[in-house]
Every structure is written in structure tokens, then in C-alpha cells.
Design a binder for this molecule. Structure first.
Ligand code: SF4
Length: 82
């Protein structure tokens, strides 16, 4: 599939200007909760929740948002506050 077709089919631009999937749950999530494109998944999927990157500090609004549903992000923030 060409990149432009992939973008048209699966992605939209969110309020922060980032590409995100159009539907939730992700269209690549299988019924057994595995990723059907795991070996070629987007870098954001591979890097999430960014706990070993400066993204955790530099994009604080994103980190706070992620902490609402991602337990490890919440835990890391709790430890940083301590
Ligand atoms: S790893 Fe990314 S592409 Fe794969 S199912 Fe999860 S959100 Fe979708």
C-alpha cells in the first residue's frame, strides 16, 4: 500500500498536529490483543510510553494524558515526584 493511501485509509491529524489512527481501538489490534503489524508498527508504538526518553519531560501535557490510562507512565511520574 502506498503511504498516501495508508494515510487516507487509517490516519487523521489530531489537535496537536500529529497523525493518529482514525478509529479506536486501533485497526491493527487483533482480537487476541496482539498487534497485526508488530514488526512494522509505527515508531510511536514501539517507543510508547517514552519512559526512557526526554519526551517524558519535554512533552508534559502528553505525559499527563498518558498517565491517565498507562500504569507505567503513572508509576514513573509518581517516582519522579518523590
Ligand atoms: S502497537 Fe500500534 S499499530 Fe499495533 S495495535 Fe497497538 S496501537 Fe495499533
Amino acid at each position: 500500500m502506498k503511504e498516501s493511501a495508508f494515510i487516507d485509509t487509517y490516519l487523521r491529524v489530531d489537535e496537536d498536529g500529529d497523525f493518529v489512527v482514525k478509529s479506536s481501538p486501533c485497526p491493527f489490534l487483533a482480537s487476541d490483543n496482539t498487534c497485526t503489524i508488530y514488526d512494522e508498527r509505527p515508531s510511536d508504538c514501539a517507543r510508547f510510553p517514552y519512559t526512557d526518553e526526554d519526551v517524558l519531560i519535554k512533552r508534559q501535557a502528553l505525559t499527563l494524558k498518558n498517565s491517565e490510562f498507562c500504569p507505567i507512565t503513572y508509576y514513573v511520574l509518581e517516582k519522579l515526584i518523590q
